[in-house]
Design a protein around this ligand. Structure first.
Ligand SMILES: [Zn+2]
Length: 412
């Protein structure tokens, strides 16, 4: 089988999709279920139908575009990603996986290939948390990670419910029907820009993801006692910021001493009250983000941090409240799909790098119900979620060729 991906068409598709934006080019802003998002979806649906695919949206707007195999009852070989974009983002995050997936299907059709297993392009709803405050909304529902009841309680910044918004956008039916039956997928592969600098730095055109890291996040509230910066002597102080300082260093230390480079921990928010030069801090709010590729190791770090909160609280006579906001499990990619991807890279004499996905993606959740793998392409300087996000045409095409070959091998 000789495969030719129409690179010009793929690039012009990427440009066309970028034109559906609420920000001025080159920035892209496309928030889920806004009129702009709906126009983009209509455009994409037309492109899928042009390719002869049968398009089916579910109740939350995840959209399946199916190329029927000769055995339509056989488990599906899936690919796809997302087209929503955070405010002031670029045009490649997610989009490369959706339009690359479509280009891969077109290339296979043109080559005369006929799949036995149906091949489906899936566009996930709301990978970005911008509107409803939760990332990977569509894939969480598809995988049963988020219950329909919990989803019905979600509201956007204006107080509109997910249920109302998605119905208003034309996605009817019940959220209870979104979850995919077990065994639905034979395999799922997501093509994505790396969103990091490693491939570019090492001049390697493709990354094959072996593990997807996942975060746990905590909100920590420290309450001590305020007072005049001159009037209260040191033995009498219960300074909330000094307690926070100890905790921040303990968070760093917990990750550094986990025994693995994959463990990372970050305090990204530190809000000090009242925040005056001559006032002892009485209250501090911290955010803690802990990520790892290994669930057990990550959770040990989280528990260490929680125990440290306790000991600092006793030692410094402050109250420390920590709340675990979320703790998604990391995922391993499927060895069989990794092997197929590696084989297709070798066939095209493409060097590839086995790597960890440190950002998380819809594939993290699909991994709970299907064997998954991810294919990364380089992006300039590792930039993502900004208007100057850029992936080179030849890298996009190479990734698409490797994807197409893998879809073919898995759907035979
Ligand atoms: Zn993405």
């Amino acid at each position: 089988m000789s495969l030719t991906v129409d690179g010009d068409r793929l690039l012009s598709d990427i440009d066309a999709l970028a034109s559906f934006s609420d920000a001025e080019a080159p920035a892209v802003t496309r928030i889920v279920f806004t009129p702009t998002d709906l126009k983009a979806r209509t455009w994409l649906k037309a492109r899928c139908e042009e390719a002869g695919l049968t398009v089916r949206p579910d109740a939350v707007g995840n959209t399946f575009a199916r190329w029927n195999g000769s055995d339509p009852a056989a488990p599906v070989v899936g690919t796809g990603s997302h087209i929503d974009a955070i405010p002031n983002a670029g045009k490649y995050d997610g989009v490369v996986g959706v339009l690359g997936g479509l280009a891969a299907i077109r290339a296979l059709q043109q080559s005369g290939f006929r799949p036995k297993h149906s091949i489906e392009l899936l566009t996930f709803t709301a990978e970005e948390p911008t509107r409803f405050g939760i990332g990977c909304l569509g894939s969480r529902l598809l995988s049963g990670t988020l219950s329909p009841d919990a989803a019905r309680k979600l509201t956007d910044n204006d107080g509109a419910t997910l249920d109302g918004v998605r119905r208003g956008a034309g996605f009817g039916g019940e959220l209870d029907e979104v979850r995919l039956p077990s065994g639905y997928y034979k395999a799922f592969i997501e093509l994505h820009i790396e969103q990091g600098p490693l491939l570019e730095r090492q001049r390697i055109p493709l990354g094959i993801v072996t593990k997807i890291a996942a975060p746990a996040s905590l909100r920590v509230l420290i309450e001590g006692s305020g007072g005049h910066a001159g009037g209260v002597l040191m033995p009498d102080r219960r300074d909330a910021l000094c307690a926070a300082a100890e905790l921040i260093l303990a968070v760093e230390n917990a990750a550094r001493t986990s025994g693995a480079t994959d463990t990372v921990a970050t305090v990204g928010i530190c809000e000090v009250f009242p925040g005056a030069v001559n006032s002892i801090p009485s209250r501090v709010r911290l955010s803690v983000d802990v990520r790892d590729t290994d669930l057990q190791r990550r959770d040990i770090v989280v528990r260490t941090i929680e125990a440290t909160c306790q000991s600092i609280s006793v030692k410094r006579q402050v109250s420390i409240d920590s709340e675990l906001l979320n703790a998604d499990a990391p995922a391993d990619c499927a060895p069989a799909i990794i092997a197929t991807l590696s084989e297709s890279c070798r066939r095209h004499e493409l060097n590839f790098l086995p790597m960890v996905s440190r950002a998380y993606h819809d594939s993290l959740f699909i991994a709970r119900i299907a064997p998954v793998a991810m294919l990364f392409i380089p992006c300039r300087n590792g930039y993502s979620h900004r208007p100057d996000e850029y992936a080179a045409p030849e890298d996009i095409v190479r990734g698409t060729v490797a994807l197409a070959e893998t879809l073919a091998a898995l759907s035979k």
